[in-house]
Design a protein around this ligand. Structure first.
Ligand code: FES
Length: 117
């Protein structure tokens, strides 16, 4: 049964503006957060195609128009809202989303102990 770990503080809210993304490694887990339409979302930084990191430069997880998450290796595009691949070699596969919350002007991520990913 998956247990929940204590939320990990990632950053202050004001450091993640609309359309920005930021990568972290927490307990050897490579992840990133981004802000979209005011909301913060978090995903594992691993393309479902080859399980490689997505970004082409540090903290650059979005495409040029900031409309999709993009894998720099083969160009797959994923929806920001739910991480579904809509174009590329992993079409219809999804990024693994992580539980993220924003409170008291800070962003926290909680990673399941089961780590089923
Ligand atoms: S490794 Fe990401 S699209 Fe191929």
């Amino acid at each position: 049964m998956p247990a929940t770990l204590k939320p990990t503080l990632l950053m202050s809210s004001h450091k993640l503006c609309e359309g920005q993304s930021k990568g972290f490694i927490i307990d050897d887990i490579d992840l990133f957060v981004l802000r979209h339409q005011g909301r913060v979302l978090a995903y594992l930084n691993s393309c479902p195609h080859r399980q490689v990191p997505l970004e082409f430069l540090p903290d650059q997880f979005l495409d040029e128009d900031k409309q999709f998450i993009q894998c720099a290796t083969h160009g797959a595009l994923f929806t920001i809202e739910n991480g579904l691949c809509i174009s590329g070699p992993c079409n219809n596969q999804s990024l693994v989303s992580l539980y993220v919350e924003e409170r008291d002007e800070k962003i926290y991520c909680t990673i399941s102990q089961a780590r089923n990913f």
